[in-house]
Design a protein around this ligand. Sequence first.
Ligand code: FAD
Length: 276
Amino acid sequence: MKTTRVSFEFFPPKTADGMDKLRETRAQLAKYNPEFFSVTFGAGGSTRDRTMDAVLEIQQEGFQAAPHISCVSSSKEEIRELLQSYKSHGIKRLVALRGDVPSGEVSSGDFRYAVELVEFIRAETGDQFHIEVAAYPEFHPEARTPAADLLNLKRKVDAGANSAITQYFYNADAYFRFIDQCEAAGINVPIVPGVMPIYNITQLARFSNVCGAEIPRWLRMRLEEYADDIPSLRAFGIDVVSELCETLKVWGVPSLHFYTLNRSGIISNIIENISE
Ligand code: FAD
């Protein structure tokens, strides 16, 4: 059994087949004794019921389940109902996010930023939930400045967040420097690196364009070289991400949070590569 603490993130499947596959993925990843399995939430509540179904199933299997809640385009009443529902099911951990308004739409909800959601959760439910928020070692794409983004994280923590999970990154120095800045700014909660395995260069480039996570030039060029040779691309990606996890572990990160895309194979390879 690996000693590195881990958690895993899923998206809520759309079909019964997808739910079956997710069950298999969970069964594979359960052997790493995760702190929790989290389930994403579509902005504006588009996955509300599917997120709830996946979360409750995880909980029934005896694992800690952490629903994400993104507040953009939602009303206070909708979020209040969701919180009451999670509370009544005994959920103990939430990942509180702003979310992104789909392009071409205008936000019509009661919340503008994640800090308002954190404040609302604390006001409505006291200490019922351990609240995770998002953090950005390479800075959020809409941040006016790095300092403003750091201040936003501090506000979320001051409003009651207990810990943070980062956007993925492939440059460990970005994370280490970010942690130094957080400490200097008085942000004293665990900041867990989010780890994105490499499955496919097109998909990774698309995600990275949207979320502002940099694919370093050396990595992008090597991945492009393997674009038509998926087994080699995956083997190379496993090497790169395993080395990143090892570096983070040796440095002393509190835990590793994997973006699974509902798959277990590559993640198992990576975790098995991390030293005891
Ligand atoms: P915020 O913390 O509100 O920050 C958003 C931006 O606004 C930042 O640039 C910040 O600097 C800026 N800002 C904050 N306050 C102000 C202010 N007063 N004035 C001006 N600018 C300000 N999205 C989903 O839809 N569903 C999910 O399940 C989901 N899960 C995620 C999980 C993790 C671990 C991460 C890292 C991201 C996730 N996302 C998810 C994506 C997230 O919703 C987006 O990155 C979104 O753009 C920002 O969300 P946030 O909670 O970081 O927002």
